[in-house]
Design a binder for this molecule. Structure first.
Ligand code: SF4
Ligand code: SF4
Length: 378
């Protein structure tokens, strides 16, 4: 077992040095920014690009930014974006070919994937990245797009000090404390006199960066303050879901009338799948120019909520919206376990916040568990 690495203190005023070191090392620094009335992931040129002094209020179908009464750098919850926008881009050219003589030649791709440093990754998001690692790189065939972007990706994680009303990571055992898979983890502490971070490396790469920072050793009071931050997030957790036997319960409730009730509510807009950090379905489209000299194959995010998604020779196998919601929820919480050995949900709550009609996964699971209609003996 690797011995625990030492914890240090990094003053808030020295946070910019971390960004500068990452840039010097050739990383493209990306993280939370305030844009279009939300906290979205984008390029971070300096500390001032972070949503300093902002927080958010979230409920089913509702998201609002508001000012904090301090200058926290990471004082908000996850927004509509997830890191999958970098590791599994919404639109990717898989290959192209150009006519040569009587045939086609595949064009040599010269683009190299960016070397990302993700700043401000939360515990649930780290679990989501690891779930997508299994999906894209865990089988016989590796997805070169995800693998190429993941290879050099550096992760600066942040422990949550607060939770949204829509969060339920404690139920999914994915947070709020960052537990593995990071290069550096930070806990932001603001008290009357001080604003600083407790910082810990989680890899040799991370340790080499921490070594260059103007850090000082932590005191017991700093460690207590960091633990109190995470406890606060746990206490604020807005939702919970009982995952006991969930796979068996959902499987035997395939015909539960709750699915049909969703039919009347769900718009099949696919927002939940776009916002979800683990959803990975995609469409593949081939295009050619009018002269048939050049062809390209593009991959773009898909959604199991569309009719086309399950269209097979003459019709969709999931013609009703209820059947499509059931497919999504059962995949997340039941069949994902068979497929990838893990749940497909990390409890980030994005699908609840960003559902325009406020459909709440935790409420749907509870409704089915409380009103089982299948044979409980299996
Ligand atoms: S299903 Fe919803 S709560 Fe679970 S990971 Fe996806 S967006 Fe987050
Ligand atoms: S559950 Fe909500 S977000 Fe998802 S497809 Fe239905 S209406 Fe859209």
């Amino acid at each position: 077992m690797t011995p625990p690495r030492p914890l240090y203190r990094l003053d808030r005023n020295d946070f910019g040095i971390l960004l500068n070191i990452l840039k010097e090392k050739g990383y493209l620094t990306v993280g939370p920014t305030r844009r279009d009335g939300a906290i979205l992931y984008g390029a971070l040129e300096s500390v001032d690009d972070l949503p300093i002094g902002w927080t958010d209020e979230q409920e089913a179908g509702t998201y609002r930014l508001k000012c904090r009464d301090d200058d926290a750098l990471f004082g908000y919850n996850v927004g509509p974006h997830s890191w999958k926008k970098y590791l599994f881009p919404s639109k990717t050219k898989l290959w192209s070919a150009t006519k040569k003589g009587s045939g086609f030649e595949i064009d040599r791709e010269t683009d190299t994937p960016p070397k990302y440093a993700f700043i401000g990754v939360r515990a649930c998001e780290l679990h989501a990245i690891q779930i997508q690692d299994k999906v894209f790189m865990g089988g016989t065939y590796q997805d070169p797009v995800h693998a190429g972007r993941r290879r050099d990706c550096l992760i600066i994680a942040v422990n949550c000090a607060q939770a949204a009303n829509t969060c339920f990571c404690t139920s999914m055992q994915t947070g709020p404390k960052v537990d593995n898979g990071y290069d550096i983890v930070l806990t932001e502490i603001i008290d009357k006199a001080r604003h600083y971070f407790v910082i810990e490396a989680g890899s040799d790469r991370g340790a080499a960066i921490v070594k260059k920072l103007p850090v000082s050793p932590v005191q017991q009071t700093d460690m207590d303050a960091a633990a109190a931050c995470v406890e606060n997030a746990e206490k604020q957790m807005g939702r919970k879901v009982d995952m006991t036997d969930i796979k068996d319960i959902l499987t035997r409730n395939y015909d539960n009338k709750r699915w049909a009730e969703l039919e009347k509510k769900c718009l099949a807009c696919g927002n939940c799948t776009m916002a979800c950090p683990t959803c990975f379905c995609s469409n593949v489209e081939d295009i050619t120019d009018l002269g048939a000299e050049h062809a390209e194959r593009w991959r773009s995010w898909g959604s199991c909520f569309t009719m086309d998604f399950s269209y097979i020779h003459g019709g969709s196998v999931r013609p009703s919206i209820g059947s499509r919601y059931r497919q999504w929820l059962m995949h997340k919480l039941a069949t994902w376990l068979d497929q990838f050995g893990t749940s497909g949900c990390v409890g980030c709550g994005r699908c609840i916040t960003w559902c325009p009609v406020g459909i709440d996964l935790t409420e749907e699971v509870k409704a089915i568990c409380d009103n089982e209609e299948g044979d409980p003996s299996g």
